[in-house]
Design a protein. Sequence first.
Length: 364
Amino acid sequence: MNKRDYYEILKISKNASSEEIKKAYRNSARKHHPDVDKTSGAEERFKEINEAYQVLSDPQKKSAYDQFGHSAFSGGGAPAGNGGYSYGGQGVNVDFDFSNFRDPFEIFNEFFGGASPFGGSTRRGGPKRGEDLHYEITIPFEQAAFGVEKKIEIPRYETCSDCSGSGAERGSKKTTCSTCAGHGQVQQATNSILGQILTNRICPSCHGEGEVVEKKCPKCKGSGRVKNVKETEIKIPAGVDDGDTVRFANLGQAGEKSGSYGDLYITIRVAGHRDFKRAGYNIYLEQSISFTQAALGDTIEVPTLDGTVKLKIPEGIQSGTDIRIKEKGIKHGNNRGDQFVRVKIITPTKLSGKQKDLLKEFES
C-alpha cells in the first residue's frame, strides 16, 4: 500500500510556514483523536497525522522529505544505516533515523500541555522518549580531513537497572491513584462572574498516570532514571567542517517510564592549521619561491596532509599562480578534494652591481 503524501495528510501546501504546519496539525489531531473519532481506522489516521507532523515540523527532515519523498524513510535516496537517511550539505552533516517515530499520543499531550482538550483522560502513562543532548568539541585540522574515532564521556540520565525504569521497588505493585480515582486528571472549580467554571488538570499525585507505586525504587527514588557518566566511542566522519553537527542515535538522556533514549548532537569545531587553508573539500598552501626559480623553473618539496611531495615549478611562472595537486585535499565519502599550491615570488632586495647589470641586460 502506497503511503499518502504528508502535505496531503495535513492539507497544507509545500510552502506552508511553521505556524501553518502547527495549526494544521492541531486541527487534524483534535478531529481524528481516537477519543473523539469513533469511526473505523481512527487510530491509524491519528498516527498518520502525527507522522506527517514530525517530519514537516523539522526543517532538516522536511528538506530530506521534499528531496526524496518517502524513500528517505525506507533507505531509498541516499541511504544510511538502520533504515535512516544521511543528509550532507555545506555546513551540515546530520544522520537522520526515520525508522522509529515518537509515540503519537506523547506528541499530542505535549502540544496540548498534557490536559485533554476533550474533557476526558489523556494517555500519559506510557513511555516517554528521553531528551536530546548537545555538546561541542574541537578537533585538529587533520582529523576533520580524514575522520577520527574518539572516546568521550557523556554525563546523562540512564534507565535505572534495579527497577528497569518503572520507578517501583522490586515486588512492589501499582495501585489506583486515590486522588483522581485512576483518571489521571482532577477537576478544579473556579468562581467567576459567569458562575462556576470546571477545568481539568493533571493529577498532582500520579502525574497523569492514574496509578501510583506502593514502594518507590530506593536506587532512583521512584524516578526510573539515575545519573551516570557513559564512556563511549564515537566516529566523526571524514570531511566535517567547522560548525557541522553530527547526530549519534540513542546516546542522549534515558526516557521516563522505560522510554527510549534521546540522541546526542555534537557540533564540531575545527582548529586552524599552520600551513593550510580550507575551501570546501580543497585546501590551499602558499609557497614562496625565489625570482630565479620562477624564471628558470625548478622542482621543490612541499608539505601535504600525507607528507612531503615533489612539485615541479614551470619556468616563467607568475606570482599568485595556483598549481594543482590532485586528491591531496579533504576526504568526503569515497572521494577526495585537491590541494592547490599558490606561488609567491620573493623579489630580491639586495643585488650586487653585477646582478643589476645582468638584469638590465635581460630587459634590453
